[in-house]
Design a protein around this ligand. Structure first.
Ligand code: HEC
Ligand code: HEC
Length: 254
């Protein structure tokens, strides 16, 4: 615990002197290093606190090589296209480390967000780091009319285009809704969809949205990717999913 807070204190300093990470006394006694995972990211969880919507959430992690041989970072993955992760160096010498800068586009995000980044090295070791933050409304964005939604710009490649020619309602749900509402409508970042009052409420909400950039209207008339026929079949498929009596099961399975 003492160590973790030590790193948390150091990280802001580190990101200002990005070119010389070696200056920060990272060397550890050998016996301690051997207890660490071969590929080690610190901190495990980086809490950025409140961030205004539309501002980038940026954090710098340290990746350490405890394997005793030189490694190359061969894969760095984030699940959402809104997340970019770039190391200072892909090569890490034995007992050396590099910095990993992670930047997240917070457009159309709201409330508590968790994003994970997965790193794999040339020896097959993997490590995971997580960024958590709370997105708060940004009055400047609103008054400038600059709020970006999930259908805008590069977001469309995942949140709009894959839906356009998809007919089967389950597939449509899986490619266009599950990322927010969870598998089979059980709820995740966005609410559960299996206990809604009526078919009409469902199709109306899908077509018109809820007036928020993360749940815009999906109908063509509202600038969305779906035809009325697609919306109708999707609403019917959702309406016939098994209902869940116990609402407590619907809260954030992430
Ligand atoms: C490469 C595909 C891809 C792109 C591009 C993309 N997203 Fe996503 N988005 C996802 C996936 C997958 C998820 C599910 C959560 C996860 O795995 O991170 C997601 C989740 C979300 C969520 C739910 C909250 C969350 O972060 O978990 C919001 C809001 C969102 N995206 C908005 C956007 C916006 C706005 C853009 C454009 C700036 C965008 N996305 C670009 C794939 C993408
Ligand atoms: C980027 C994330 C995201 C995607 C993708 C998304 N939604 Fe939503 N949706 C939300 C959020 C967030 C809310 C709740 C908004 C609020 O109440 O502020 C919501 C609300 C809803 C509601 C109203 C729920 C209620 O309890 O009143 C329905 C119905 C719905 N979404 C259906 C869908 C369907 C169907 C799809 C796929 C075509 C979809 N959504 C895609 C984020 C998303």
């Amino acid at each position: 615990m003492v160590k973790l807070s030590f790193f948390l204190l150091l990280l802001p300093l580190l990101s200002c002197s990005a070119s010389q990470p070696q200056l920060v006394g990272m060397e550890k006694p050998v016996d301690e290093a051997s207890a660490l995972p071969m590929l080690h990211i610190q901190p495990k969880i980086y809490d950025l606190g409140d961030i205004q919507e539309g501002e980038a959430a940026i954090a710098t992690f340290l990746i350490r090589n405890n394997s005793g041989q030189s490694i190359e970072l061969v894969d760095i993955q984030a699940s959402c296209g809104c997340t970019a992760a770039e190391p200072d160096s892909y090569m890490i010498s034995p007992s050396g480390f590099t910095q990993l800068k992670v930047a997240i586009d917070t457009s159309a995000k709201q409330f508590d967000i968790k994003k994970s980044v997965y790193v794999t090295d040339s020896l097959g070791n993997t490590a995971k780091a997580m960024l958590v933050f709370n997105v708060v409304e940004n009055p400047h964005l609103q008054s400038a009319g600059k709020i970006k939604g999930i259908f805008d710009g590069q977001c469309a490649s995942c949140h709009f285009e894959p839906l356009v020619n998809t007919i089967d309602p389950k597939t449509l749900y899986d490619v266009g809704c599950a990322m927010c509402h969870g598998e089979q409508g059980v709820g995740a970042y966005a609410p559960r969809l299996t206990n809604l009052p009526s078919l009409t409420f469902l199709s109306h909400t899908i077509a018109h949205g809820v007036g928020r950039p993360q749940m815009p209207g999906f109908s063509h008339a509202n600038g969305g990717p779906l035809t009325d026929a697609q919306i109708q079949s999707l609403a019917e498929w959702l309406y016939h999913l098994p209902k869940e009596a116990d609402e407590s099961l619907s809260s954030n399975p992430r």
